[in-house]
Design a protein. Structure first.
Length: 416
């Protein structure tokens, strides 16, 4: 995959304003390994700068006894939380991954995220708790001007509406009303035609092209070591690194096939989006319908890039993009927010300023994410995967609880 391209530079677009959309994709499949545009998680994104910042460590100190498998947002966050709980623990952590920030692969989900705080997460007790914990942490980061820029996180107005046949879980809305800033129910006479319920609130948006390197740089600066490795199984670190006491499984979409995990509840959820330029749009908007979800997510610190979506296709793993889906996305998003078609300094509509089409896979799991421990011989596995499209929205909460499991295991071992 080519390096990240600045979002202000015109990319060779698949579709342009005024360009006729093809009905089908006949060319060679365009996966993340052959395209420039990131796409995924709740939604999708276009990184705005080239990232090749970190040299991966080729060796692991013999005394490192905590191995984190996976360098997506979940793996990086789990490792960081462990170091925050106990700064000395950084010297015990080794991070293994096939892909690191700056890489492009359909199997590396995190760089392609939207990513915003929205209602797409589940309404079960775990999802509600993880959402709350993560929202509060992201608010803390966004409120700090220095961290906001370094991590690529900003506050943004949020608006979501639902059709009559897909109303949100009201227990979840009740939970949101207690902690989500500026939460308000939209009066019925102000709802768009065809919708039955709506909310406005203070959301957050994250730029993965900034956030992932930020997390990794913090870890390496604290002394966490890393290696680029493809493991034959999730238990392999116990053999490769004999000092290992705990392996933290943050393998995302690989949890379905990786030996030792092979989780039959895990599955990919394909998404397709359109990246566009709309520097005048600073609001994240979603409409929920029975057959689709439509969303507009501005990218912070990206010179005006927005993500337009989208699709959530359960069990579909193709990396191809399709002109018919692009046409649907453009129609739905401009119906939802007509301002997408016109820049502020122009007097007439001229179509969406399309940059790129993207497709990617969300690491979904029936019943929600798996955060639990498992005994493996003399060692332990701590599982933390299956966030689907909510890795940025719920990932901090998930990772806090995974870190608690790790610290509990280490505490028990220290008493032996």
């Amino acid at each position: 995959m080519a390096a990240f391209v600045p979002s202000t530079e015109r990319l060779p677009a698949i579709t342009r304003p005024g360009t006729r959309l093809r009905k089908t994709t006949k060319r060679q499949p365009q996966s993340f390994t052959t395209r420039t545009c990131p796409a995924l998680a709740v939604l999708i994104t276009l990184p705005h700068q080239q990232i090749n910042l970190f040299r991966m460590s080729s060796t692991t100190p013999a005394d490192r006894d905590i191995v984190v498998v996976g360098a997506g947002v979940i793996g990086l966050t789990t490792a960081l939380i462990l170091t925050q709980r106990d700064p000395s623990i950084a010297s015990r952590i080794h991070l293994i991954a096939q892909h690191f920030p700056g890489d492009h692969s359909i199997h590396y989900t995190s760089p392609w995220a939207g990513a915003n705080f929205s209602s797409v997460a589940g309404a079960d007790e775990n999802a509600i708790r993880w959402d709350r914990m993560t929202y509060q942490k992201l608010c803390e980061m966004a409120a700090d001007e220095k961290i906001s820029k370094e991590a690529g996180i900003r506050f943004i107005p949020g608006r979501e509406v639902w059709d009559e046949d897909v109303l949100p879980d009201m227990a979840k809305m009740e939970s949101w009303s207690k902690y989500v800033l500026d939460y308000k129910v939209v009066p019925k006479n102000e709802l768009p035609e065809g919708t039955a319920f709506g909310i406005t609130f203070r959301s957050l948006v994250v730029n993965p092209a900034i956030y992932l390197p930020y997390l990794l740089s913090r870890l390496t600066s604290l002394g966490v070591t890393t290696s680029r490795t493809t493991l034959p199984s999730i238990t392999a670190p116990f053999t490769i690194y004999p000092a290992t006491k705990v392996v933290i499984n943050c393998t995302g979409v690989s949890a379905q096939t990786l030996k030792g995990v092979e989780d039959k509840k895990s599955y990919p959820t394909r998404g397709q989006v359109v990246m566009a330029r709309a520097p005048h749009v600073w609001e994240t908007v979603s409409r929920h319908r029975k057959q689709s979800i439509t969303y507009i997510i501005p990218r912070p610190y990206s010179n005006g890039t927005v993500t337009l979506g989208g699709y959530m296709q359960k069990g579909v793993a193709t990396p191809d993009t399709f002109a018919s889906e692009t046409a649907s996305i453009l129609q739905r998003t401009t119906d939802l927010l007509p301002a997408l078609k016109t820049l502020p300094d122009e007097s007439k509509n001229r179509g969406v300023d399309v940059l790129r089409e993207c497709a990617g896979l969300r690491p979904s799991r029936e019943g929600g994410a798996r955060v639990e421990k498992e005994r493996i011989g003399e060692g332990w596995l701590v599982h933390n995967y299956g966030a689907g499209g909510t890795g940025y929205q719920a990932g901090w909460g998930m990772s806090v609880e995974a870190a608690d499991l790790v610290l509990g295991i280490l505490g028990e071992k220290s008493k032996l």
